[in-house]
Design a binder for this molecule. Structure first.
Ligand SMILES: Nc1nc2c(ncn2[C@@H]2O[C@H](COP(=O)(O)OP(=O)(O)O)[C@@H](O)[C@H]2O)c(=O)[nH]1
Ligand SMILES: [Mg+2]
Length: 365
């Protein structure tokens, strides 16, 4: 009920620069907010050309459509600073900020949120999943499930959850950390996976210090890949070592934020016990150890060589990633319901905790 008393400003157009940004105003303060923007005479049922101003300063020419005293749309030019100015003003007037349609207020249905998210799909797989939901996969299956038996309800919810957990990695790219000792070939592999010379590679130990992040694709899955400083014991008396140590700390701090750590070892994978590996492993995400530089004498022949055989190295890493996160197999089946964001996943979890009767009731809402 509290929500109904508030006035919300939602950006309906996808966030980003564009010709026009459409702001939706909903709630009892709509006409007051429009008046504070210099559009006092807006009446329900009218489409009005208006010069919008804030604190006496004319900011933009806009089209204002008032549907009712509780609902209006303002079409302003799609400049981000301009949208932010109106957002900041609505924050002051209403005690809350602009809502992005893509972030999605709670009341929005999955179909509507999928429509808004489609413009920002991080990969083709995500676009297919979102398009299915736009075309009613979620809404239709909710309606069907609301009439199903107890057994079918429980089974379907379990299947939806499993599918949604997997496809989350299509909609929200996994973060993958390349870690390991210095000179393990991390930056060389990073460049191979990114497809360009993005990071400096060198036989000089401790070359990489900052974190370097790029969006890549492992099979159908989008991934935010992070290259990091390598591990080695340092004499912290020297200024150079302190800088390198700061890089090592940055790398370790990334572990907890990552979904998967690929620990590269220039020796054999079985004897990859370099300092730092255990502490990274303790941070939580699954870790896979992979031997590198297999072309070197005495190296593990089951490893990779990003330098000599980049295609094999990229294919191997992609396979290991999908194995580690359980993403092997057909990633997508057409027209299946998927919880596309945290809000929808929350809803699924809630349904699974309810009695079948209550769950069916919720599915109808
Ligand atoms: N022989 C061989 N050398 C490699 C391979 N990968 C990287 N290197 C070399 O090893 C050195 C360290 O590589 P780099 O990627 O900078 O290692 P990092 O410190 O782990 O980032 C560079 O001279 C690379 O050219 C490989 O697969 N085989
Ligand atoms: Mg490096």
């Amino acid at each position: 009920m509290l929500e109904a008393l508030e006035t919300h400003v939602t950006e309906l157009t996808p966030p980003g620069a564009g010709g026009v940004s459409v702001l939706e105003l909903r709630g009892p303060g709509v006409l007051g907010l429009l008046a504070s923007w210099g559009c006092a005479q807006a009446l329900p049922g009218q489409l009005k050309f208006s010069r919008l101003s804030l604190a006496g300063e004319v900011l933009d020419e806009a089209l204002v459509c008032v549907f009712s005293p509780l609902h209006a749309e303002v079409h302003i030019h799609g400049s981000r600073p301009l949208v932010r100015r109106f957002a900041a003003q609505s924050q002051r007037a209403q005690g809350q900020g602009l809502r992005s349609g893509a972030d999605g207020p709670t009341r929005r249905s999955v179909t509507e949120r999928a429509t808004l998210a489609l413009a920002h799909a991080p990969c083709e797989l995500a676009a297919r999943v979102l398009l299915d939901q736009v075309e009613g996969a979620w809404a239709g299956e909710c309606a069907r499930l609301a009439k199903s038996s107890d057994a079918e309800l429980a089974k379907s919810l379990a299947v939806w959850s499993e599918r949604s957990a997997r496809l989350r990695y299509a909609l929200e790219p996994a973060r993958v950390l390349l870690a390991g000792p210095v000179n393990a070939g991390k930056s060389t592999l990073f460049n191979v996976l990114v497809g360009e010379e993005r990071a400096i590679t060198s036989e000089v130990e401790g070359t990489t210090r900052d974190l370097i992040c790029e969006r890549v694709q492992f099979g159908p899955w989008p991934v935010d890949l992070v290259d990091s400083a390598g591990e080695r014991a340092l004499d912290l008396g020297a200024a150079q070592s302190q800088v390198e140590h700061a890089g090592q700390l940055l790398a370790r701090s990334q572990a907890a934020r990552s979904d998967w750590i690929l620990w590269l070892s220039p020796g054999s994978s079985s004897s990859a016990t370099a300092p730092g590996r255990e502490s990274l492993a303790l941070k939580g995400p699954p870790m896979t150890v992979l031997a590198t530089c297999k072309d070197r004498p005495g190296a593990d022949p089951k490893g990779i060589s990003a330098l000599q055989d980049p295609a094999q190295a990229a294919a191997r890493v992609s396979e290991l990633f999908q194995d580690a996160l359980g993403l092997r197999g057909t990633p997508w089946e057409a027209r299946q319901p998927v919880a596309i964001d945290e809000e929808a996943r929350c809803f699924l979890r809630k349904l699974q905790g309810l009695s079948p009767d209550l769950a069916r009731e919720q599915l109808l809402q």
